[in-house]
Ligand binder design. Structure first.
Ligand code: GLA
Length: 394
C-alpha cells in the first residue's frame, strides 16, 4: 500500500522508465526505512528490539531485458550503471557506489541458487542517507524483493531480511544485527514490532493513534566512526559472554543474562566490558518493559524508559555524541515531551521523541531553535506514522 508521496514518486519513476528504456516496467517494489523506538545494540546479542517502519522508502521498477546484464538508472543521482550478472562480486563498481547494493544482492541470491535474469531498472529513494534511518537496509530489501520476484523465486519476508543482512555484512563489512532488514521486510502499519532477534518472531505492538506522536529529529551530524566502533562493541559483548559463562555455563549471549545475575557477577568483568554488558542487559529489560507500557497506554513510563535508554547508550555503551545529547536534552526541556533518545547505531543521525499532541506545534518550532543555539547546526524534523513493510506494488 503506497502513501500519497510514494504514489507521486511511482508515477514519476514510471515515466522515467519509459523514456530511459522505451517500454513499461513490469515489476515494482517498495521497502521502507525505520526508526527504532527502543532496544539499541541488543540485536547482535540475541536480544529484543522495537522498531517501526517509516513513511520513507526505496522504490524500484524493472522489466526483464534478456541481455544477461542489469542496467539501472538512479533518479536521486541521475546516474546509470550497467553490470553483467555473471561473475558479479559484492564489492563492485566504485564509481556508482549506490549500485553496489544491487550487485551485493545479486551475488547473495546467486549464492542461494537463485538465478537473476537480465533487467532494466529505475531506483529512487527518500530515506535520508547516513541519518541512522536504515537507507541501506531499505535499498537491500527492495533489491532482494525485486530480484527474487524477477527470478520467480519468491522469498518469505524473514528469508528476505536474512539475505539482505548477509549482503550488508559482505558488502559494507559491518557485522550488523538483523533489526533493520527485518523491520524493512516485515513492518506493519500503525505498529512497532517487538522482535525477538533469537527466534526471529515478533509481536506487533499497536502505537497510540491519538494523544501522542513519535517525532524523528535529524541532528544533521552524519554518522562517523560507526563502522569500526560497531565491530568493537560487538567484540566487547562477546568478551563479556566468555567471562560470564565461566559462572553461568548455560548462557549463549548477553540475552541470557538477567539484570540480577549481572549485578551479582559484574565484579568479574573488566572495564569497558562491564559497562557494555550493563547497557545490553538493562536495555533488553527496558525493551520488554516498553512493550508493556505501550499496551497499557502509560506514556509517562514509555518516556522514562526512552530517557534511560539514551543515558545508558551515552554513558555505558558510549555510542552517543555531542549533537545527539544536545538534541535529546533540548527535547526534554520542552513541555509535553515524555521522553527522547538517540535511535540507530549512534555517533550522529537521529533522535526519536515521544510528544503529547497538544505540545507538538511548540516542539516543532522550539526544538530546532534550541538545538541550533547549542550546536550551530540545523535540525530536520521528520513526522511519520508507522508504515507497512516491503511489498510488491506492480
Ligand atoms: C545498526 C545495525 C542494527 C543495530 C543498530 C543498533 O542500525 O544495522 O543491526 O545493531 O545499529 O541498535
Amino acid at each position: 500500500m503506497l502513501n500519497p508521496t510514494e504514489q507521486t514518486r511511482l508515477l514519476q519513476m514510471e515515466s522515467s522508465f519509459s523514456s530511459e528504456f522505451g517500454s513499461a516496467a513490469k515489476i515494482a517494489v517498495r521497502a521502507p526505512g525505520r526508526v527504532n523506538l527502543i532496544g539499541e545494540h541488543t540485536d547482535y546479542n540475541d536480544g529484543f528490539v522495537m522498531p517501526a517502519a517509516i513513511e520513507r522508502s526505496v522504490l524500484m521498477l524493472a522489466a526483464p531485458s534478456n541481455t544477461g546484464r542489469i542496467q539501472v538508472h538512479a533518479l536521486n543521482y541521475n546516474q546509470s550503471s550497467t553490470f553483467s550478472i555473471e561473475g558479479v562480486q559484492p564489492t563492485g563498481d566504485s564509481r556508482e557506489r549506490w549500485s553496489n547494493y544491487l550487485r551485493a544482492m545479486v551475488w547473495v541470491l546467486q549464492g542461494e541458487g537463485i538465478s537473476v535474469p537480465g533487467l532494466n531498472m529505475v531506483v529512487q529513494g527518500d530515506v535520508p542517507l547516513g541519518s541512522g534511518l536504515s537507507s541501506s537496509a531499505a535499498m537491500l530489501v527492495a533489491a532482494g524483493l525485486l530480484l527474487s520476484e524477477a527470478a520467480q523465486s519468491p522469498l518469505s519476508p524473514v528469508q528476505l531480511a536474512l539475505l539482505a543482512q548477509k549482503a550488508e555484512r559482505e558488502f559494507v563489512g559491518v557485522n550488523v544485527g538483523i533489526m533493520d532488514q527485518y523491520i524493512s521486510a516485515l513492518g506493519k502499519q500503525a505498529h512497532a514490532l517487538l522482535i525477538d532477534t533469537r527466534s526471529l518472531e515478533y509481536e506487533a505492538i499497536s502505537l497510540p493513534v491519538s494523544g501522542v506522536s513519535l517525532i524523528i529529529a535529524d541532528t544533521s551530524k552524519r554518522r562517523g566512526l560507526v563502522d569500526s566502533e560497531y565491530n568493537t562493541r560487538r567484540s566487547e559483548c562477546e568478551r563479556a559472554v566468555e567471562i560470564l559463562s565461566q559462572h553461568l555455563p548455560q548462557i549463549k549471549a548477553l540475552r541470557d543474562v538477567s539484570v540480577e545475575q549481572f549485578l551479582s557477577l559484574q565484579q568479574h568483568l573488566p572495564e569497558p566490558v562491564r559497562s557494555r554488558a550493563k547497557h545490553v542487559i538493562t536495555e533488553n529489560q527496558r525493551t520488554l518493559d516498553m512493550a508493556e507500557a505501550l499496551k497499557l497506554g502509560d506514556m509517562q513510563r514509555c518516556g522514562k524508559l526512552m530517557n534511560e535508554s539514551h543515558q545508558s547508550l551515552q554513558i555505558d555503551y558510549a555510542v552517543s555524541c555531542r549533537e545527539l545529547d544536545a538534541m535529546t536534552e533540548a527535547a526534554r526541556s520542552l513541555q509535553g515531551v515524555y521522553g527522547s533518545r538517540m535511535t540507530g547505531a549512534g555517533f550522529g543521525g537521529c533522535t526519536v521523541s515521544l510528544v503529547a499532541d497538544e505540545a507538538l506545534e511548540n516542539f516543532q518550532r522550539e526544538l530546532p531553535r534550541i538545538y541550533q543555539q547549542h550546536t550551530g547546526l540545523e535540525a530536520a524534523l521528520l513526522v511519520s506514522k508507522a508504515a507497512p513493510g516491503a511489498e510488491r506494488i506492480l
